[in-house]
Design a binder for this molecule. Sequence first.
Ligand code: ADP
Length: 383
Amino acid sequence: MEPSPDELRRAIAVLAHELRNPLSVFRAGVDLLSTEDSQQAQIKEVLLRQTMQMTRLVEDLSDISRAELNKLRIERRPLRLQEVVEETVDGLQHVLARRRQRLEMQVSTEPIWISGDRVRIGQMLSNLLSNASKYSKADSQIDLRVEIDRGRACLRVRDFGIGIAEDDLARIFDFLSQCESREAIEHCEGGLGIGLALARQIAGGHDGSITAHSEGLGKGSEFQVRLPTISRDAWESIPELDNRTFTPCRVLVVDDNRSSQLLLPALIGRLGDHEVEVAASGEETLEVLAAFTPDLILLDLGLPDMSGIELARIVRGMELMTETRIVALTGFDNEDFRELAAKAGIDAYRVKPVSVEMLRSVFEELNLRGPTSDSPIAGVSSS
Ligand code: ADP
């Protein structure tokens, strides 16, 4: 029996949750890699980008599981379109090589600046190019044009493959929609009909548009994305990398995952000279708290002996812990959990993967100051 849409959504939600834990470990590990050696710095850059890409994909799965596709998160920054194009094409070389397909690129040499989300634009282009490859024959040609056209940044992906019937053109951008021609089914390689729906959300989220053209079955297809451009000056206003540290705090990490126990204290170390203790269960937490009063508890919600929510309630009832801030670090991206957490006295809720950037935002949001600091300004210093 086919799974119902609700069952599918539940399965996707579980998958997204399960993927967040290993991803969190990758992200923390990448953040901790050294950048002193220039070759290592390059490797770190590549790993970081791919981990971010995976993170966004997992977030998409979550979006889908909540059927909130029209609420896709898009973080825009000034961006040179050609850079994303190069990166995306590089990442797809193996797909094209596998089918011996030629990519004919006509990319404007004049820099094209847009206000865009690097990962999302890459994801959209990657979907279009993979489709062009998937829905055409081996040894065929795919054209990619990137230019300014009538004042807008314009990306065109054209293939000479199976084409799209007129009736289907109107609905291929719908969520979970796939063409029903024999050729389309033969070529879809287990796709779910999500790629173009995401592409439409991404183009729309950038105040742009995406359209599809085909003369009909067997006549190839062309997809065109149009995005507003910005002037180059906006690029120069991007802030430098944030290296600030915070006045020393006492932090308790509660997580039963061994990799997190190792990596979280190291990540926290990047934010200053903090005193960090680790506990792997509810019971161990209570033992540690008998001798250690943390300013901050980073709490995984899925513990072996009790739920993190239950543990937070117990901690909130302890006399010495009234000033302690509790932050849930979890793979559950779910409104019900957020609400339960807030009711149990949890101050902030963050969805894995954990990164230096995320922990910094926690320290900033909670305005954390160590017990020894009596500075009137938030305990932030530059290093
Ligand atoms: P899928 O994972 O099924 O490829 P998409 O959302 O990317 O999902 O595409 C939706 C449908 O649109 C596909 O199932 C396919 O039938 C059709 N389609 C997309 N791109 C092309 C193309 N370049 N040529 C022919 N058909 C395409």
